[in-house]
Design a protein around this ligand. Structure first.
Ligand SMILES: C=CC1=C(C)c2cc3[nH]c(cc4nc(cc5[nH]c(cc1n2)c(C)c5CCC(=O)O)C(CCC(=O)O)=C4C)c(C)c3C=C
Ligand SMILES: [Fe+2]
Length: 422
């Protein structure tokens, strides 16, 4: 099922499918009617009839120009209600020159501001140069696009070197995530100096964003890893992950100003630039969906300690009824996470990546993203206990990992990372 905006996308899809065949069904009917009436029309006459039909169809395409403010106290894309698509790219900075990093971050900021408002760089008329914008999002609207910027531990110090003279500004809890039991990490999916998360309700709009950030980085930063995810749910319902379970239910427990202040936003004893910011914890988790699909409903529900259809915790009726961990198996995912006594703000996206050629299975999983005030207190203990005991480990493989600090929001005229670099 799709929401209002989803309905719009469905219309778009149907129209483009019709147009692939050259002439749509409606156009064919129109042409048959004309032919049946014995009216003689030349090629140009037919073209103008089709043109009118095209225009009528074009009006039905729903452009989503909803906008999330780019400037503000907090960065967008942290507690923003999840958009349908997400791209996340990690970069390594290829320069030791602070001025070059500043120039890149200024360009990125300018572009982020533009695309958050449904605009992009203006192309010059110079035919001898590549266009300033790649063009694929032209006219598509902002689609609730958000850009979230963060820096990794290696931004502050890399290979023992304080490249930009900012090592003393590293926030308290920004560290690589330690090795966990059952980890199968691939270094090409881990770490990075800088991260950009781009989310939007239109995939082409989101892709246009990340693609141009990568393009702007040429010569200053190179892409370390890039992931794309999606998530969809009926309106006002919790989205389901690729195991078919509602995922994100417990976020509701901190869905208030006070809740976010306790769970998400950096503490007062953090550096000035981290105020109103948050830590982004990331895990790329492969989900062994063929094994999962062969397991019984009982096993699946025991794995989480929640009912699959309703999302209700064991012993309860409704999704948001309070959890009683004693009703759940000792190794149930929810029980173990809850027993840490910590909360995290989860903003995960599913991914599919064709077939795993090594195993002949479908390559799919979860881009687990969470935001916390203190990952050492909130996320790491959870990862540790889940890594050791979680029933879910039978069906998952952690293959990527990273931690980033996302500064507070920007005021107009400021650029990403300014308060760290200046
Ligand atoms: C670091 C922590 C977590 C990882 C890694 C993680 C992976 C992961 N989770 C699911 C599916 C579900 N998780 C659910 C709840 C839940 N998960 C975590 C943490 C991690 N999950 C927490 C803190 C919680 C909430 C616990 C609570 O207090 O109730 C649920 C249940 C519904 C919900 O609350 O969202 C599901 C389903 C998968 C598939 C996965 C890795 C692939
Ligand atoms: Fe979970």
């Amino acid at each position: 099922m799709l929401g209002k905006e989803g309905d719009g996308r469905m219309v778009e899809k149907k129209l483009s499918e019709d147009h692939k065949s050259g002439v749509s069904r409606r156009e064919m009917l129109k042409i048959s009617a004309i032919a049946g009436a014995g009216i003689a029309v030349g090629a140009s006459g037919l073209a103008s009839i089709l043109d009118v039909t095209d225009k009528a169809n074009a009006k039905k395409i729903q452009v989503n120009d909803s906008r999330i403010p780019f400037y503000g106290k907090h960065q967008a894309g942290i507690i923003t209600p999840q958009q349908t698509y997400m791209y996340i790219a990690s970069f390594n900075l290829d320069t030791d020159e602070k001025s070059e990093v500043i120039a890149l971050f200024q360009q990125w900021t300018k572009f982020a501001d533009l695309i958050s408002n449904g605009h992009t760089f203006k192309n010059s008329d110079n035919h001898l140069l590549p266009p300033d914008d790649t063009g694929e999002a032209t006219g598509l609207g902002a689609s609730r696009l958000t850009v979230t910027f963060g820096v990794g531990p290696t931004f502050f110090k890399k290979g023992g070197k304080d490249r930009y003279g900012i090592a003393h500004k590293k926030p308290k809890h920004l560290k690589e995530i330690p090795h966990m039991a059952h980890d199968s990490l691939d270094s090409s999916y881990c770490g990075g100096d800088v991260v950009l998360q781009v989310c939007a309700d239109d995939q082409q709009v989101a892709f246009h964003g990340i693609r141009n950030f990568i393009r702007l980085a040429t010569g200053t930063a190179s892409i370390k890893w890039l992931e794309e995810g999606f998530i969809q749910a009926p309106k006002n319902e919790t989205p389901r992950n690729l195991f078919g379970f509602k995922d994100g239910t417990a976020n509701k427990e901190h869905f208030s100003k006070e809740g976010y202040n306790n769970v998400v936003w950096a503490a007062k004893d953090e550096p000035e630039w981290m105020q109103n910011g948050s830590y982004l914890g990331y895990r790329k988790i492969q989900m062994l969906i063929e094994i999962w699909d062969r397991s019984s409903l009982q096993d699946q529900e025991d794995t989480f300690g929640r009912k699959k259809a309703s999302g209700a915790a064991y012993g309860k009726k409704h999704e948001f009824d309070p959890v009683n961990v004693k009703k759940m198996p000792a190794d149930a995912h929810v029980r173990l996470a809850k027993e840490t006594g910590q909360q995290i703000h989860r903003r995960a996206y599913s991914y599919t990546l064709g077939m795993d050629s090594k195993t002949g299975t479908v390559n799919a999983g979860l881009l687990f993203i969470c935001f916390t005030q203190n990952p050492e207190k909130q996320m790491i203990p959870m990862l540790k206990v889940l890594g050791e005991k979680d029933a879910l480990n039978e069906y998952t493989k952690h293959i990527g990992s990273a931690m980033f600090a996302c500064p507070g929001g920007l005021k107009q005229g400021m650029y990403f990372g300014q308060t760290i670099l200046e």
